[in-house]
Design a protein around this ligand. Structure first.
Ligand SMILES: Cc1cc2nc3c(=O)[nH]c(=O)nc-3n(C[C@H](O)[C@H](O)[C@H](O)COP(=O)(O)OP(=O)(O)OC[C@H]3O[C@@H](n4cnc5c(N)ncnc54)[C@H](O)[C@@H]3O)c2cc1C
Ligand code: SF4
Length: 327
């Protein structure tokens, strides 16, 4: 790990001013992602700006929906009664992520900004277009068994966001509140926050330099209250998703009134599937409808040799999640 200085500002204004003075400095919240990247020499910030004293806390119902401060811990949010009862997919996505120790340490903002688990990205000995623009992508012909099949490009096939929470947030129309270095706030839907790789896989989000995530707001809705998150992984704990599905359904008299669908582990970003939602909305809540929705969700898949299995896996995961809700 490189040498660095450490500061703990008390306000967002101080934190962003420090980043302005040293643009290569890094914010640190729980440190569970950042310190790993520093130990591997993949990030070498000369200064760490500890943001844990900023007032980005609280879990409360507002007129816009449930507002969660970006510095709340994953475990606190996952176990909070409002989240468990009114946004079950969000609670489940958090409690199925990482380990209890990590969840106690890690923040919501840090979770949203975690980096890809592509092995080539995490090994400085290999070239990687996401790390160094234009350097190449060994995953195209190498180990790609857990990489993405939707939204990929010839420059990068990684699941840029490998985690769980943002998949549930994307399904439930969550909106991020961001604050820039001038103290100005803006709101960005989670579905517009992550960028597809295209020819610029090193640009992962719309976050501007020094901008902070302040909070996430999830609108209350019938499909949010009747929602679930299903995660399929290689072992029963402590593993990222091979495929996952966040689903919200409002079913009345056997007919689907509204549906929300997002997939994890298979997209170059948390993958909201409007195609699946179109198939589901207004249709009977039957297995035939669910299978048609799953086929629509994976229609644009571009798998490679080792991750071809994910097409069927993701379809089955989505069908199972829909069945759980409808059943
Ligand atoms: C072994 C292991 C297994 C894991 N398994 C899973 C899993 O199954 N599912 C899953 O979802 N996650 C998993 N994770 C990832 C874990 O959830 C993240 O490491 C964690 O959520 C990051 O939060 P943090 O607060 O520690 O972030 P940090 O490491 O402090 O920060 C991460 C990044 O976000 C930036 N940042 C943090 N907060 C803000 C903010 N408010 N505004 C702007 N920038 C900010 C930092 O500058 C940094 O670049 C795993 C991690 C490990 C190490
Ligand atoms: S898939 Fe993306 S992250 Fe992985 S090596 Fe290729 S460019 Fe890098």
């Amino acid at each position: 790990m490189n040498d660095f200085s450490y500061t703990q500002p008390a306000t967002a204004k101080e934190a962003t001013a420090l980043r302005k003075d040293t643009p290569t400095a890094a914010y640190i919240a729980g440190g569970t992602t950042l310190l790993d990247l520093m130990k591997a020499h993949l990030q070498e910030p000369p200064q760490l700006i500890d943001i844990t004293r900023l007032p980005f806390t609280g879990i409360e119902l507002t007129t816009d929906g449930l507002r969660i401060g970006a510095l709340e811990r994953m475990s606190t949010v996952g176990e909070h009664p409002l989240v468990v009862q009114q946004f079950p997919a969000v609670s489940q996505s958090l409690l199925l992520a990482a380990s209890p120790q990590l969840r106690n340490m890690a923040s919501i903002g840090g979770n949203i900004l975690q980096r890809t688990r592509c092995g080539y990205f995490r090994d400085a000995a290999f070239p990687c277009n996401k790390r160094v623009a234009g350097s190449g992508c060994p995953a195209l012909t190498g180990d790609n068994h857990n990489l993405a099949i939707l939204g990929v490009s010839d420059s990068c096939i990684a699941t840029a966001y490998p985690g769980d929470l943002s998949v549930a947030l994307a399904a439930l129309d969550a909106v991020l509140t961001l604050e820039n270095q001038k103290g100005k706030q803006r709101r960005v839907p989670v579905t517009a926050f992550y960028l597809l790789p295209g020819t610029t896989p090193h640009k992962e989000t719309v976050l501007e330099p020094g901008e902070l995530i302040v909070a996430v707001t999830i609108p209350t809705a019938a499909h949010a209250q009747r929602s679930t998150y299903l995660k399929v992984r290689e072992r029963s704990s402590y593993a990222y998703a091979l495929a996952s599905a966040a689903v919200g359904l409002d079913v009345q008299s056997g007919t689907i009134r509204s549906a929300r669908v997002a997939l994890g582990g298979v997209g170059a970003q948390p993958w909201r599937s409007r195609e699946a939602e179109t198939v589901l909305t207004g249709a009977p809540a039957t297995e035939a409808t669910f299978r048609a929705a799953a086929a629509a969700a994976l229609q644009g898949a571009r798998p490679r040799e080792q991750n071809r299995f994910k097409v069927e896996l993701a379809q089955n995961t989505l069908v199972r999640a829909l069945q759980q809700l409808a059943g």
